[in-house]
Every structure is written in C-alpha cells, then in structure tokens.
Design a protein around this ligand. Structure first.
Ligand SMILES: Nc1ncnc2c1ncn2[C@@H]1O[C@H](COP(=O)(O)OP(=O)(O)OP(=O)(O)O)[C@@H](O)[C@H]1O
Length: 751
C-alpha cells in the first residue's frame, strides 16, 4: 500500500512539473513577444514595458519553483485534498482547476495550523520531500484520531521534517522554511499589515525567517498596493543581507529592497567607520536638535554697526543688521526648510535694497515726494536682482546648502553639543560612515531641496525637445509640399494623406520623446530619498539608533512596519532596549507585540551554557527553549596568549568537513588568527570582505549578528564580555550562532 502512495505522489508531482514546463514556455514566449513589440510613441513603450515586467516576474517565479515545487498535502475529513506548494498552479481546463495551492493562500493555512487538538477539519497532513522532480519521502500526521486508515508513512515524530531541516548542514545562505513554518510563526507571518508589529524572541527563534516570509505573504496578499510602493527590508550589515538575500527570490518574490540604514541615502556610500562612542553620540535623538540649531546658525545677519557694503552701478548699497533681521524673520516665518525659505529672504533683501536705492536716487532735495515712478523703481529692482554682488551678499547671510556640505562642515566643527560629545564626533575629513547617514537624512529634511534649478533645467530640456520636434514637423511639412505638389496646386492644405504635422503639434511630439521610467518600484525606491514604502521590515531592530529610527519613519509615513529583534542581543551602543521608547514618539502606544519562544537553531546543550554565562550579569535571565538536543556538549580549553592562534587554527582544521565553521574573536586578535588559520587551512581564503559561503570564516561578535554556522569556536569569551559596555550581549550573540557544535578557547594569561 505504501509504495502505491509514493507512486501516486510521484505521478502527481511529475504532472505538476509538466504543467510548470508548459507555463514556463508560455511565459517565456509571452515575454519575448512583449519585448519584441516595437510600438511607436511613449504610451506604446510604457505599455510594452509594463507587460514585459509582468511576464518577467511571472517567468522568474516559475523558474524558482523547480526546487521543492510541492511540499505538502492536506486531506480534509470531507474528502477534499489540496497539494501545497511554493506557487499556485492551475490546470489547463475550462474551470482552471487549482492543482497546486500557493502556501500563502487561505486554503493552505490548515497545513500550518492544524493540530490533533484542533484539526481544523483535516484528517491528515502530509509532508512531501523531493529531490528535483523525484519524490524521496512522505511523512504523514494523523490529525483525526477517530480515523484508522493508515498509509504506512506515518511519522514516528511529528517534528521529523522540521528536525531534518534544522539538522542539515548550513550553506552560508539562509533557506526558506515554507515546508515547516510553525503555528506561532504562521500567525505572525499572516498578521494584518496595518500599523506596527513588533516581533520579539531570543536567538534562533526564527525572527528573521518569519520577517522574510511575512514580506512574501504581504506581497501576495496585497500585491496591487505593495508592488507599487515596494517593501523595504533593513538589516544590520551587508554580510547579513547577503546571508538572507536568497530567501525571497526562492519564494518567487523580487520586488523587495534589502538595505542597511547606511545605504539609504542615495548617492552616498558609507564606507568609513566610527568609534563606538562616536556612533553612539551621532545616534542620539539630541542630534536632531543640534543639527536644527546648526542650520539656524547658517542664517546670519551682519553685526550691528558693521553692515555689508554691496558695490552697485548706481552707488554702494548698505545691507545692515535691521534689514537682514527683518528679512530673516519673514523667511523663518514661512516655516519652510532652509533652502526653500531662502528665496523669501532674498526677495526681502532685494526689496529693501531697492527701496534704499530709490530713496537715494529719487530724493527731492527740498523734501517733496520721491521723483521716481513705479516703472523707474521696477527698473531699479531688476538691476539689483540681477547683481552678482547682491547675490554674493545674500549667499553670505543665507547660503544654499547641500546636506553633504552642511554635515561635513558640521562634523569639522560640531556645535550645540556638550564639549566632550563634540570632541568625540569631530572629523575634519574622511569618508561617510553608516552613523552619518541618518544625520545626512536629517540635514536633507532641515535644508529641503530647492529644486528650482533642476526644474529650470528640465524645462529648458523640454523646450529643446519642442524646438527639435518643431524641426521634424517642419521637415515633414516641407516634404509634403514637395511630394504632393501636383495634387495640391489649388489648395495647399488639402492633402488626403495624413502626415505628422496634421495630427500632432510640436509640444505633444516632444512629450512623447521622453523616455518612460521602466525601473521597478524597488529600483526607483532605492534611488529616491523621499520614497514612501508600502511596508518596512526591520531586522535586528534593537540595534538602530534614535536617529536611524527618524530616517526609517520618514520612509514609512503609513507606519506599516514589522520590527523584529531581541533586546538581550543589543550590541550597538546607540541601540535601544525598549520598544516603547523607540516607538512612542511615532505611534504612542499603538503597536502590537508578538513573541516567539522556541529556539530552532541552538541545541539545548549550547543554550544551557550560553544562558549560564549570561546569568553572571543578569541572574533572572531566561533563554528561549531549544527545540532539540544533540548530545554534543560544548568544549572548552584555556591557552596562553602566544599559543592562542595556533590552538584555534588546529581546532578549526579538525572540525567535520561538512557545513560551515565560524571563528568568532575580538577584532584585536584577528591578525594573528588570520595568519594561523591561513597556514592551517591553505585552501580557504581569509582575506577580504566576509564571504559566508566559505567553509571557514573569521569574524567578530558584531559581524556574527543574525548569522549561523554548524560549528562555532568562540575565542577569548572573557575579552568579548568586558571589551565594551554591552559586552555580555555580544558574547551571548557569539555563543548562540551554532546549530551543532560550540567550542570556547579562553586566554590563560598565566600560561
Ligand atoms: N519553522 C522553521 N522550520 C525550519 N527552520 C526554521 C524554522 N524556524 C526557524 N528555523 C531556522 O532556525 C534558524 C534560526 O532562525 P532565524 O535566523 O530566523 O532566527 P532569529 O530569531 O532571527 O535569530 P537571531 O536573533 O539569533 O538572529 C534558521 O536556520 C531558520 O531557518
């Protein structure tokens, strides 16, 4: 009987793949056709691009479904059965009968939620394991305890498939968990997307996995809205983003932007680094006030009694304290950002200088009314407005500022901060750092973009296109008179043949020449600082500074967000340990908390040790419960500082070859360790940026955040704990990265 079951499933899976092949061929040829369409005019091009983008997304999702296309089946008590898979597939019949249900569809939900206590109408749940197109295993769970039919594939352990996934060797890239999403995770993945949802849980509880599957779910359930506005996923560093980067594509979703906060200011690459204390000061909420005050400082007035003297053809002009103060007051009254308020300041000054000049030139020596009429005064105003000296004076008092120039000046001479803090962040030159990016964003908000120059340039370009189009039409008209001369002798405009000049004017023709923006929403969002995302997911949210939150909240005006994190793992000194503290200023108490309590990564043996070390600093600490134990206890050794690199390298070289190993050590020990590891493992490169797909990597505790490896060797745990103010959190992160084996190499200073 059991072989029959396997055979039947195999037949079904083969049929699904055949259908998938057909759909893929259709999508590919539709894509080719769409791309080959040579429409004329802008509208046709836009339509072509939209259709091509749709076919290309469909084609991409059909392509990823080759692995694990169908992974489950649910049998209802009423006899209905549904196969569950990565994407939905329908038969080629008139009803378009569903063959495979997308895991995100409501029909698929009982697959994740049903239990023996609450079977949700199910008789049986089946996990189907495949390799390519071949079914390699079935695991059945009986959910209706009154049903005594058996298939021969009943699992001994309900978690067999989950445990197999957790025990498999790591690859350096996170995998999706669609086959084994647990009920507590499913509820979070499908939670309504309005407002802020905070997902809290200890290490390995699946917060990242849940956040990514939630993004996929939201894109499925709210496709229309989110495809336009895009979803942003924020992670702590580029290596982490590389680690999680394949999950969403493997679920057929590509309309997502993954970025660190340091990557969210278009045009700026934050390649520099800050000391911990500099990053901490830059991250404080008070920086917003300091920058606002610094912007106001750039709106100046001349000293009393020391006016600016502006040379002018009709005699020097005097720009004094009173005049500038009045103009500044009027400009500030607009409450516009600095650059946008600037024209108001400039107009005030120009008006006041015009009045000054008019009073002087038109003055009646006998005290009568001014000789100048309105036209004369307008002429004077024109001259002043065109004067480069006047503009130089305005610039001196109220300069046009770019966020980059302003912040570079500010960091060279920080103001409105306590002296010690100013000293900490002082920097005369050097590349931007990730902690500068929220400051740049803040500056951009305070300064505002005066896009009048850009708009003028765009208008000039449009006029150029119109002139060009007019030229084209003139040629068309000229050729008409030439070609149809004979027929048009009597009435030159009475041709029966429609030419370009008959149906379109130069302006419309010019507009059509404009290229359509064919970038995806995620691509456009990446290039636009003011983009409002449809939903934002923040991983390791506890790490973000107050200034980083200000930046992110600007990108989420609807406050539709999912934040995942664990305050016990806060490493960044600028990070926070209270969600209310973070969210209060933006949503008051209108946010929801969901918690995850089961650790899927770290076996009990390792978690016990991590919790024990953590309790030294925090006696009441309770770690999440591990879902499995391996029977392998962590090992520990203590060596002298001289022996340390060699001892670590030896252990790394002895580790089982399958899977991935990480040596996690304080940055100061890296040079010696790198040398020893390179000698012991000559085939593994240790130079350059961290590449998690290498079999062995050397990283520091901060870089380890969010990652996992089969084997982890933590070097100098005491050094990690005491190095920085949040050292115990860093050590906790380092100790909870292993899925199988953990070793500790302590430094024995006496040895
Ligand atoms: N339902 C599940 N099925 C299979 N694997 C799972 C499941 N939930 C979590 N995992 C696995 O457990 C591991 C830990 O998950 P994840 O990295 O999402 O945890 P986390 O809570 O973000 O951890 P940390 O806070 O330490 O970064 C990953 O390998 C993930 O794939």
């Amino acid at each position: 009987m059991s072989n029959d079951e396997l055979h039947q499933e195999q037949q079904f899976i083969s049929l699904l793949h055949e259908r998938l092949d057909t759909l893929r061929e259709q999508a590919e040829s539709a894509l080719r056709q769409a791309v080959a369409q040579v429409g004329t005019g802008r509208q046709a091009r836009v339509e072509r691009d939209v259709v091509a983008a749709e076919h290309s997304a469909r084609f991409a999702s059909l392509n990823v479904a080759d692995t694990g296309l169908c992974f489950g089946r649910i049998d209802h008590r009423d006899g209905r059965t549904h196969h569950i898979g990565r994407i939905g597939i329908r038969a080629d019949d008139s009803e378009r009968t569903p063959l495979l249900i997308d895991w995100r569809a409501p029909v698929a939900r009982p697959f994740y939620l049903a239990t023996g206590y609450e079977p949700l109408g199910l008789r049986r749940r089946r996990h189907i394991t495949t390799e390519g197109r071949t079914v390699t295993g079935l695991h059945d769970e009986i959910l209706d305890l009154d049903d005594d039919t058996r298939t021969g594939y009943e699992s001994r352990d309900a978690d067999e498939v989950l445990l197999a996934a957790l025990n498999s060797a790591r690859t350096g890239r996170m995998a999706d968990i669609v086959q084994t999403i647990q009920a507590e995770q499913d509820r979070i993945i499908r939670a309504p997307h309005h407002g802020v949802l905070v997902v809290e849980g200890g290490p390995g509880t699946g917060k990242t996995a849940v956040a990514l599957h939630r993004a996929a779910y939201l894109l499925y359930a709210h496709r229309e809205q989110l495809a336009k506005r895009a979803v942003l996923i924020v992670g702590p560093n580029p290596a982490f983003l590389g680690y999680i980067g394949e999950v969403l594509p493997s679920l057929g979703e590509t309309g997502v932007l993954l970025a660190t906060v340091g990557e969210l200011f278009p045009g700026v690459r934050a390649e520099g680094g800050d000391t911990q204390s500099a990053a901490e000061v830059k991250g404080r909420a008070e920086m917003a006030e300091a920058l606002a005050a610094a912007v106001r400082d750039r709106q100046q007035v001349p000293e009393r009694g020391a006016p600016l003297v502006v040379p002018h053809d009709d005699g020097d002009l005097v720009l004094d304290w009173d005049m500038a103060l009045e103009a500044r007051h009027k400009a500030r009254e607009t409450r516009l950002p600095h650059n946008l308020a600037r024209p108001y300041f400039a107009f005030q000054i120009i008006d006041a200088l015009t009045e000054q000049l008019a009073d002087r030139i038109g003055e009646d020596p006998y005290g009568g009314p001014n000789f100048l009429g309105p036209d004369d005064i307008a002429q004077l105003a024109k001259g002043i407005a065109a004067s480069s000296e006047v503009h130089a004076a305005i610039d001196e008092l109220w300069p046009l500022l770019s966020p980059q120039d302003f912040l570079a000046d500010y960091l060279a001479e920080p103001t409105h901060l306590p002296d010690a803090d100013a000293e900490t962040i002082r920097r005369a030159s050097g590349p931007w750092t990730p902690a500068d990016v929220p400051l740049l964003d803040e500056a951009a908000e305070l300064l505002g973009a005066d896009d009048s120059a850009a708009r003028a340039a765009a208008e000039a370009e449009r006029q150029r296109r119109i002139a060009y189009a007019q030229g084209v039409l003139d040629v068309s008209y000229a050729s008409r008179t030439y070609e149809f001369e004979d027929k048009e002798e009597l009435d030159k405009d009475a041709s029966e043949v429609l030419a370009a000049h008959d149906v379109i004017d130069a302006e419309r023709m010019a507009d059509r020449q404009e290229e359509a923006d064919t970038r995806s929403a995620a691509e456009r969002a990446a290039a636009d600082r003011t983009w409002a995302f449809g939903h934002i997911i923040v991983d390791e949210a506890q790490e973000l500074s107050a200034m980083a939150w200000r930046l992110l909240m600007r990108r989420a005006p609807t406050r539709s967000m999912t934040l995942v994190g664990d305050p016990a793992q806060t490493g960044d000194a600028a990070g926070s340990s209270s969600w209310q503290h973070i969210l209060g200023p933006y949503v008051e108490d209108r946010w929801e908390l969901a918690t995850l309590g089961v650790n899927y990564r770290t076996p009990t043996e390792i978690m016990d040790l991590a919790a024990e070390l953590r309790r030294a600093a925090d006696p009441g600490f309770e770690p999440p419960r591990s879902v499995r134990s391996t029977g392998v206890r962590p090992w520990e050794t203590a060596v002298s500082p001289d022996e340390l690199p060699h001892a670590v390298a030896e252990r790394a070289a002895d580790a089982p070859p399958e899977g991935r190993l990480a040596v996690i050590a304080p940055p100061a020990l890296h040079p010696g360790l790198r040398e020893a590891l390179s000698a012991a493992l000559p085939d593994v490169p240790f130079e350059g940026p961290v590449d998690l797909t290498r079999p062995v990597v050397l990283i520091d505790p901060r870089q380890a955040k969010g990652l996992e490896f089969d084997t982890v060797v933590v070097v100098d745990p005491d050094g990690i704990r005491t190095a920085v103010p949040h050292g115990e959190n860093d050590l906790y992160v380092a100790l909870t990265r292993a899925t199988q084996r953990l070793g500790l190499v302590r430094v024995d200073a006496k040895g």
